[in-house]
Design a protein. Structure first.
Length: 404
């Protein structure tokens, strides 16, 4: 395998509802992340000094998540002082960006063994708390035709002609698949129960999903972004960029958009030589990684061009991929992806997605990559592709191939 980057293992916390009263809302973000580091080392019988660096994605890196939460988590986990830490932010793609950076450093021969993943406690640090020039600076916002992501999702739906019933049906399928996956313990290999300092279990399953969801119930929810689009003039801004439309159909609701949750994840990534030295059995090889960016107004179509880019890098076609994990930021994002790439839903998010399970921003990329690997192993399939839409029109993707 040469200098290929290998995935040896991965763990994640359950995803807790990201608000007061959520099962993980009393847990510090650094503690969330540290739990995954500790569990990962224990499962693989590592002392910790074998690790060169910890790379964690975190989108809103202020307050409890500020000041380099990766290094703080390494210290909280009791890893040796020699273990470094760095926090990265590529918005919603941060967790996968951390994995891809680790893979690049391993493949380049810079370091033999790293931990990569992400953390986001949305109950502690709400999305957008850190501000930022793009949304907050009128000059840049006007120049780039900035609109919030919910408006972008509705813009995609309008351009593609996705109806309210269609996006709701997609959301219902996500819930049904997630419930089935939980009942069949498809997440059990990677997900570890979260315990408090007294050893009491706070959460042992993803908390956001709603098994009693119905199409009728989803249909009764009000559009989440219609008022914002009208009163904030964001519909007008989007229509300036897309003048072929007369209006934007607001079809996304709380029921067909990703859930706000808390969670963390960590993967052990290294070289073949490091694995042999430490007695680690590789589970997958990372074949290709890519990032790209497109129109920042429509913003959420990035998974399409970045998938084409990463497939070209790997010398593969979409038909060569057995399973896809496409982050369900909004229903229209994945529906657009499947239509543009002509990929059937029976290969995409087969265990549900962020609509049912939640989207802990900085951790999501690492989580869906683990979900993908677990499912490849469960089904005996070979190749998988994980991708996420990202603010600013970016997209990120990673192709893995199961070993064994």
């Amino acid at each position: 395998m040469g200098l290929s980057a290998l995935i040896f293992d991965g763990v994640r916390t359950p995803r807790g509802r990201g608000k007061a009263g959520g099962a993980l809302s009393t847990v510090r973000p650094v503690e969330l992340a540290a739990t995954t580091l500790t569990q990962l080392c224990q499962r693989n019988r590592l002392q910790g000094d074998e690790i060169e660096d910890v790379i964690l994605g975190c989108v809103t890196a202020i307050g409890d998540q500020g000041a380099n939460v990766a290094k703080s988590a390494a210290m909280e986990a009791g890893l040796p002082e020699t273990v470094a830490g760095v926090t990265v932010n590529r918005f919603c793609g941060s967790g996968l960006e951390a994995v891809n950076q680790a893979a690049a450093r391993v493949a380049a021969g810079i370091e033999p063994l790293l931990i990569a993943g992400g953390v986001e406690s949305m109950s502690h640090v709400p999305i957008g708390s850190d501000g930022g020039a793009w949304a907050a600076d009128p000059r840049l916002a006007i120049k780039t035709h900035f609109v919030p992501q919910g408006i972008s999702a509705d813009l995609i739906a309008t351009l593609q002609g996705f109806t309210r019933e269609q996006v709701d049906q997609f959301a219902l399928t996500s819930q049904q698949r997630a419930v089935r996956a939980q009942e069949e313990r498809r997440f059990a290999k990677s997900m570890v129960s979260f315990r408090d300092l007294n050893g009491r279990i706070l959460l042992e399953h993803d908390e956001h999903m709603r098994g009693d969801t119905t199409l009728e119930g989803l249909g009764q929810l009000k559009p989440s972004f219609a008022q914002m689009g009208e009163e904030g003039a964001f519909d007008y801004v989007a229509l300036q960029k897309y003048p072929q439309l007369e209006m934007i159909e607001h079809v996304h609701t709380a029921g067909n958009s990703s859930g706000i949750v808390d969670g963390a994840a960590a993967l052990l990534i290294g070289s073949e030589e490091a694995g042999k030295k430490l007695g680690l059995k590789p589970r997958a090889v990372i074949r290709a990684c890519a990032v790209t960016a497109a129109d920042p107004t429509i913003m959420l179509t990035g998974p399409v061009p970045v998938t084409r880019k990463v497939l070209a890098k790997a010398g593969l076609k979409a038909s060569d991929i057995d399973l896809f994990e496409v982050n369900e930021a909004f229903a229209a994002v994945v529906m657009n992806y499947m239509r543009e790439l002509q990929v059937s839903h029976d290969r995409v998010n087969v265990n549900g997605g962020a609509i049912a399970l939640g989207h802990p921003l900085g951790a999501s990329g690492a989580i869906i990559l683990m979900t993908l690997l677990d499912e490849l192993e469960r089904t005996g399939k070979r190749r998988g592709l994980a991708t996420l839409c990202i603010g600013g029109g970016m997209g990120i993707a990673t192709i893995i191939e199961r070993v064994g």
